[in-house]
Design a binder for this molecule. Sequence first.
Ligand code: S3P
Length: 176
Amino acid sequence: MHKNIILIGFMGSGKTTFGKKLSKILNKKFIDTDLYIEEAENMKITEIFEKKGEDYFRQKETETANMISLKQDLVVATGGGIIKNPSNMEKLKENGIVVYLQSTPENILNNIGKDNSRPLLQGNNKLGKIKTLLEQRLPLYEKYADIKIDVSSKNISQNINAIINKLEEYNENLYN
Ligand code: S3P
């Protein structure tokens, strides 16, 4: 299978953690869109939001999605907001299987902990912010998902196995 594997889901649902592990198992290259943007801009995400604004970040995110759509055999951890722009998802789906990591607000909060690197969740009442934003975005994650995995109740290796099993239903030649 030469399609990209695109992980989508809310902040703190484990896209980067699962993506890195999956890429090793499947012997595919791993790319994290946030990290790619940070390296290209030589700034952290918080700094990009502060100095250039969210719109600028979203533009870079779209450019990154376009770049990825021209490649194959990648495992991609996307930023949680990539689903906001339909063209990002159209591009990524051209040659990618989209895996949605479903998680609960409580689990997300637990994973994010005291990490303040997400501009959209800064300040008080993180759980409230997570719930509101998740509610808005749920229909979009659902809409674009080819495969859905509930990652909130099992451990990492069980979840990885579940992802691989579902991917195998798509294509037998999953491993490079
Ligand atoms: C965002 C999610 C973040 C990052 C930025 C905006 C979002 O990525 O792209 O802070 O809008 O959900 P993670 O999902 O990797 O935290």
